[in-house]
Design a protein around this ligand. Sequence first.
Ligand SMILES: O=C(O)CCC(=O)C(=O)O
Ligand SMILES: [Fe+2]
Length: 165
Amino acid sequence: MKVLDLPGAAALNRELLPAYHDQLAAGVERRSHFFAGRYENIYIGRERLPAIEPVLRAACAVTARLHGGVPGDYRAGFWFNDTPPGGRTLPHTHDDDDELVSCVYYVQVPDNAGCLAVEEGGQRLLVRPRAGRMVLFAPDALHWVTPNLSGDSRLSIGINVGRTA
Ligand SMILES: O=C(O)CCC(=O)C(=O)O
Ligand SMILES: [Fe+2]
């Protein structure tokens, strides 16, 4: 697992959070992964969210460092995970496709909003999220999020990076 704090993330999130809410209000393309009373994945088209570009660029740049080549050799797909108070994310993996790296980027993380648990190499790692942080792990790593015990929504972005066709 790799954890990095994106430079300029505070300004980025100040743009991304309202852009997400605007697009949510305008209607999303698709919701999926209905578990424990909520859709864990919310899909909004990339063209509707210019503010997300630096996040996807960072994900592709780190993947190029890990797997060789240049960022342009990689493409990133993403979804939002908007967890209300009391919500959580059930254990899952991201290896449905030919992904190379999975990431989570945090947009809004109130105190006690839930930690990310990742099982990798026979170990269980617990990451305390914070806004602006990106966590990268293997797509086949089982992971989940503990309950949001705060009074506010926790907003993260799930990302899968693969090779450009
Ligand atoms: O928000 C997190 O900490 C993880 C989210 C996640 O795993 C997902 O949305 O696929
Ligand atoms: Fe995930």
